[in-house]
Design a protein around this ligand. Structure first.
Ligand code: SAM
Ligand code: SF4
Length: 340
């Protein structure tokens, strides 16, 4: 999409869409590459983008600085697997130095965390989410379609030693695939004091196997956790933009949350924007349109041109993703190509 030359100049409240939603969170994908092949995300055989197509760290930092001027306050790095991109801590350091940006966070599968956690902490990474669907090595390998549980567990332990206290674990829930993982994962996270969050399976798998019947809903998962681990009590929602609904074990200690984009869509309070690894702004995971920041960056566009592009992206945001309606259109890109 072109930059609208008539869009007014920039200010910290520009990222408000036509439904009044203010956007303060930017998800930045740094690569489409990954060292796992989770069936709900990637295909087994995959062609990655050429390195030259990906934004450089300098291009990402410039874009985030412009977005911060417009009101973005938190950035989460993702992918693909962000830790497979060389020297990620350098990017974290560059972003952490942007004035007015409150927090730089990371979502990772954890395989390379043991090697990188110390450098990430030193660079100023504030938060860490680790995706983990099973604590059984064989089941882990079946779901991720590559081995690696031991390395993830080591990564978690090292991250904690490096000062990441509030570690969050994300697990995808898929009917017929993950039911048996729920209770062992919940017990493990409780013992280790990790904040576990279950995420409903979304239609973003590269193999397009998703259908509504494959969504194991958050309420079904919660019932399984309660039956095995005891009752859960809702925790009052603090941060309005947070999509998760968190619960506490009634007998004390431990948080478990549910992100239910399919059964309980939270589009009405969405505060997220996305930048893909190849430099496209998206206003939704399910966008079918993208705004080409890379063309502006590499075509000698100004920071104001970038800002106008992002403002236009926000203004075009739809009310809701529409999953389950006849109007719903699957985006052309899968999760690993967008950045979850
Ligand atoms: N590789 C990193 C990781 O796995 O954490 C970061 C990228 S991954 C795409 C980000 C998150 O998206 C992960 O927690 C993953 O489980 C989740 N995810 C991937 N495909 C999904 C899908 N189809 N539905 C719901 N969540 C999905
Ligand atoms: Fe890789 Fe993360 Fe996708 Fe799994 S969910 S294939 S770890 S990008």
């Amino acid at each position: 999409m072109d930059v609208d030359p008539h869009t007014p100049p920039t200010s910290a409240t520009q990222l408000v869409d036509s439904f009044g939603r203010q956007h303060t969170d930017l998800r930045v994908s740094v690569t489409d590459r990954c060292n796992l092949r989770c069936g709900y995300c990637m295909p087994l055989e995959v062609f990655f983008k050429a390195r030259s197509e990906l934004l450089t760290y300098e291009e990402i930092t410039r874009t985030v600085a412009v977005a911060t001027r417009l009101g973005i306050r938190t950035v989460r790095l993702t992918g693909g697997e962000p830790l497979v991109r060389a020297e990620l801590a350098e990017l974290v350091g560059q972003l952490a130095a942007i004035p007015d940006l409150d927090e730089v966070a990371l979502t990772t599968n954890g395989l390379l965390l043991a090697e990188q956690a110390a450098a990430l902490a030193r660079a100023g990474l504030a938060r860490l989410n680790v995706s983990l669907d099973s604590v059984d090595p064989q089941r882990f390998g079946q779901i991720a379609r590559r081995p690696g549980l031991e390395r993830v567990l080591e990564g978690l332990a090292v991250a904690r030693r490096c000062g990441f206290r509030k570690l969050r674990i994300n697990a995808v829930s898929i009917r017929g695939l993950t039911e048996a993982e729920i209770v062992p994962l919940a017990r493990f996270c409780r013992e280790q004091q990790f904040h576990l969050r279950f995420i409903e399976f979304m239609p973003l798998d590269a193999d397009a196997g998703w259908d509504e019947s494959s969504v194991l809903t958050g309420s079904e998962v919660r019932a399984i956790v309660e039956a095995a681990c005891g009752p859960l009590e809702p925790v009052p929602a603090g941060d309005r933009g947070q999509p998760a609904v968190d619960y506490r074990y009634a007998d004390g200690g431990g948080l478990v949350g549910f992100i239910d984009p399919v059964s309980q869509p939270f589009c009405n309070r969405c505060d997220r924007l996305r930048l893909t690894a190849d430099g496209q702004f998206r206003n939704c995971l399910f966008s079918t349109t993208e705004w080409d920041a890379r063309a502006v960056l590499r075509g000698s566009g100004s920071d104001d041109d970038l800002a106008r592009l992002l403002v236009n992206c926000v203004r075009a945001k739809r009310a809701a993703h529409g999953i389950g309606t006849t109007a719903f259109q699957r985006p052309a890109r899968a999760m690993y190509q967008i950045g979850g």
